[in-house]
Write a protein of this length. Structure first.
Length: 454
C-alpha cells in the first residue's frame, strides 16, 4: 500500500497568518501533547509514523510548498512536484503515474490518498488496513471513509450508504459533492448520509483506465508536459460523482476541517498565542499575534484577532467562513515566509526618489544552514548582522561575520551566507525592479568549518 498526501491550498481562509507561501497546513498553532507547537501537516505525519505508514508516503505539492515540507518534515520527505497548482484530480493523477513509472509500483497495489491537513484521531489511520482489504478483495473500485455529520453544510461531500459488502464495509448508493444546505439536511435526515473525509483508495490500474477512457495522457511525462491544459477539477467531481462501484467505511471518531478561524480556534490549547492579553469579558475569544507589538482585547467575546506581517484580522468567529470573500482582490508579495534555511519578514517596501524599489527584510538563517550562492544583475543588497555568527562569500572570497558587520553586495557579485549559530540580519534590497527573475543561482562548495581557536 502506498500513500499520497495532498498539500495544496491558496492560503486565504486563515489570512493573515496563511498566504501563498505559507498555507494553513504549515501554521504551528496546534499543541502536540508535550507542550510544543506543531502544524497540521506535522500532526498528520506524526500520526502516520505511529502506524508506520510514513515509510510508504509521498507528498504531492507545488514547488512553493516543497521547502516548507522539507523544513517541517525533514529532508528525506518524498515530494512529487506539481508543474503548477491545480485541483485534486490532476494532482492525484500525476502522482499515480509518477509512482507507476518512476517507482515501478504494481498496477494492482492499493493507493490511499488523503489531505495533509486532516484533523482526526489515531483510530482514523487504523482504517487504512480495511481500505486495503476492500480494494484487494475487489469489493469496490474506490474506497472511502465517512464520518457522521454534525450539521448540514455545503462544504463537504455526502456519502449515502447502502447494502453491507463485508464487515464494516458498506456500498455507496449515491455520492453528492458540496450540495446546497437544504439537500445536505435531506441527505442526513432521510438517508443517513456521511461526510466524505477526503480519503480515496483505489488501484493504479483503475485510475489509468479512467484516464484512457477520457482521453487524458496516460504516461507520466506526457501528462506533466500537458499539465497546464488539464481542467482544474476535484477528484470528487471528476471521478466520485460518476463512479459506480464505491465502498465506504464508517469512522466514528473526531474529524474536523480546520480551514476557517472558527473551527481552528476550537482546537487551540490556549486563547492567546504571542504577546496579547484578554479581559474576563472577552470569553471565547482568541488572539494569535506573530508580531512583537502588544495586543489588548477588552469586552469582545467570541472573536478572533490574528496579527502577522501580512495584516490584521478582527472578526466575530461566526463570520470567519466568509473571510475569503474579502480577499479575492488581495495581491502582492507575502510579508512573511518560512524557508528551508529559516525565515524572512518584510519590514518595509517603498519607492525612492529615483524610482527604484527599496525593500527591507529581517532574515534569520538557522544554525548550519545557508542562503544559496546567487547573483543579481539589476539590484544591490546590504546585509547588516544583528545577532549570531557565520560567514559570507563574495565572488568566492569567504570572510567571517558577526553582530555589527555590514556587507555591501553590488550588482553582478556572486554571494551567499551560512550560519554557525542562528544568524539574524537586516537585508536592504534596492533596484529598478525587485523580482524573482533577477536571481541566478549557482553551485558553491562550502569548505569544512574550521574549529574556533581562542
Amino acid at each position: 500500500m502506498k500513500l499520497i498526501l495532498l498539500s495544496g491550498g491558496s492560503g486565504k481562509r486563515l489570512w493573515p497568518l496563511s498566504n501563498d507561501a505559507r498555507s494553513k497546513q504549515f501554521l504551528r498553532v496546534l499543541d502536540d501533547g508535550r507542550g510544543r507547537k506543531e502544524s497540521m501537516v506535522q500532526r498528520v505525519w506524526r500520526q502516520l509514523a505511529e502506524f508506520g505508514f510514513h515509510e510508504n508516503a509521498f507528498v504531492v505539492a507545488s514547488r512553493t510548498h516543497a521547502e516548507m515540507l522539507e523544513m517541517q518534515l525533514g529532508q528525506g520527505i518524498r515530494i512529487i512536484a506539481e508543474p503548477e497548482r491545480k485541483d485534486t484530480f490532476p494532482a492525484i493523477a500525476i502522482s499515480v503515474l509518477y509512482l507507476l513509472e518512476h517507482k515501478k509500483i504494481s498496477p494492482d497495489e492499493t493507493i490511499v490518498v488523503m489531505p495533509v491537513d486532516a484533523f482526526v484521531e489515531e483510530a482514523f489511520f487504523a482504517l487504512f488496513g480495511k481500505l486495503d482489504m476492500m480494494i484487494q478483495s475487489s469489493l469496490a473500485d474506490i474506497g472511502l471513509i465517512g464520518a457522521k455529520p454534525t450539521h448540514p453544510s455545503g462544504k463537504y461531500g455526502y456519502i449515502v450508504p447502502g447494502a453491507r459488502l463485508a464487515s464494516d464495509i458498506l456500498e455507496v448508493k449515491r455520492y453528492v459533492e458540496k450540495p446546497r444546505e437544504e439537500l445536505a439536511r435531506q441527505l442526513m435526515d432521510e438517508h443517513g448520509a456521511l461526510w466524505n473525509c477526503g480519503v480515496f483508495a483505489f488501484r493504479p490500474s483503475h485510475l489509468a483506465s479512467l484516464l484512457a477512457s477520457r482521453n487524458f495522457p496516460a504516461r507520466y511525462h506526457e501528462f506533466r508536459d500537458r499539465y497546464a491544459e488539464l481542467p482544474a477539477i476535484s477528484y470528487d467531481y471528476e471521478v466520485l460523482e460518476k463512479a459506480d462501484r464505491i465502498g465506504v467505511i464508517r469512522y466514528d471518531g473526531k474529524w474536523k476541517d480546520l480551514g476557517t478561524w472558527n473551527t481552528l480556534t476550537e482546537e487551540l490549547a490556549e486563547p492567546v498565542i504571542g504577546n496579547a492579553v484578554l479581559d474576563e469579558e472577552s470569553r471565547g475569544s482568541h488572539v494569535i499575534n506573530e508580531l512583537g507589538l502588544p495586543v489588548k482585547m477588552l469586552g469582545i467575546p467570541n472573536a478572533v484577532v490574528a496579527v502577522s506581517p501580512d495584516g490584521v484580522l478582527v472578526a466575530d468567529k461566526a463570520a470567519t467562513p466568509r473571510l475569503k470573500e474579502l480577499l479575492d482582490d488581495l495581491d502582492g508579495r507575502p510579508m512573511y515566509e518560512e524557508r528551508r534555511w529559516g525565515w524572512a519578514r518584510v519590514l518595509d517596501f517603498t519607492t525612492n526618489e529615483l524610482g527604484w524599489e527599496v525593500m527591507t527584510k529581517r532574515i534569520c538563517v538557522e544554525a548550519g544552514k545557508e542562503l544559496s550562492y546567487q547573483i543579481h544583475h539589476h539590484r544591490s543588497e546590504i546585509w547588516t548582522v544583528i545577532s549570531g555568527t557565520g560567514e559570507v562569500v563574495l565572488d568566492g572570497v569567504i570572510r567571517p561575520v558577526g553582530p555589527g558587520d555590514v556587507t555591501v553586495i553590488h550588482p553582478g557579485v556572486k554571494h551567499a551566507v551560512r550560519a554557525f549559530t542562528p544568524l539574524e540580519l537586516i537585508e536592504v534590497q534596492m533596484g529598478e525592479a525587485l523580482v524573482e527573475e533577477d536571481i541566478v543561482r549557482e553551485d558553491f562548495a562550502w569548505p569544512p568549518r574550521m574549529p574556533h581557536i581562542s
